[in-house]
Write a protein that binds this ligand. Sequence first.
Ligand code: GUN
Length: 293
Amino acid sequence: MITLDGKNTSKDIKEELEVEVSQLLANGGKRPHLAAILVGNDGASETYIGAKVKACDKVGFESTLIRFESDVTVEELLAEIERVNENTDIDGLIVQLPLPKHIDEMKVTEAINPIKDVDGFHPTNIGRMALNLPTYLPATPAGILELLERHEVETSGKHCVVIGRSHIVGSPMSILMARNNYPGNCTVTLTHSRTINLKEITKTADILIVALGKAEFVTSDMIKDGVCIIDVGITRVKSDKTKSGWKLLGDVAFEKVKDKCSFITPVPGGVGPMTIAMLLKNTLISAKSKLGS
Ligand code: GUN
């Protein structure tokens, strides 16, 4: 069993980005600049945004965090997005999800200029991804592709089963794994809450990508020997064994399945750190695209 180590791989990517920032500056460019909008004070979103800002700092990017109270109106939010769209100093804009229930997430996503949409969530960029045109790939799926590629996991002709059809992970992942690319060229089955006989399907997976948000959902009886498992889940549960009193669990019962796997991502330290690295990579692409224009 080989661990797909996202912690070290993301560290490598961040080091590569640092070098690229130096080169960009040497070629007359400016520091890549990421703006992030955070609404409310949801604990998990605070943690993710904090990690994104810190990562910007680490690789030499500028970052701007724009905060709103949870009762912000959609009009106020759209006006701020417009200001960032117009600000030529800012290369990338993300709006941390989820948003409060009274805000239409799609309306907000559509307001972001696709050129600055470094999350890759805008319909234009999702369409470009589906057509295999140059675009920003959503960060978590892009991080999974990078992990597969850097660990030389064979994907062509394999049966890839994805559990979960979210806009952020499951749906784009299913498209990317079916594309005529490496990693890709898989026969893909996208499963979700209405899927019948899930276990019969997961047992035929050569690559199993799990993104449904239920701690330790995938157990040893659901997989075949030699499977490559990508675990996107992060659920915080109470623990009397850690100093903080909390621990993170994936969607896969790691200890129970690991010996049957060819490859597996740990939680924490698997997909999570890759997401941030890929967001930075997208921001650099945006900054570099301006250099020639
Ligand atoms: N919430 C959970 N994952 C993400 C992500 O990748 N981007 C944004 N903007 N919000 C998220």
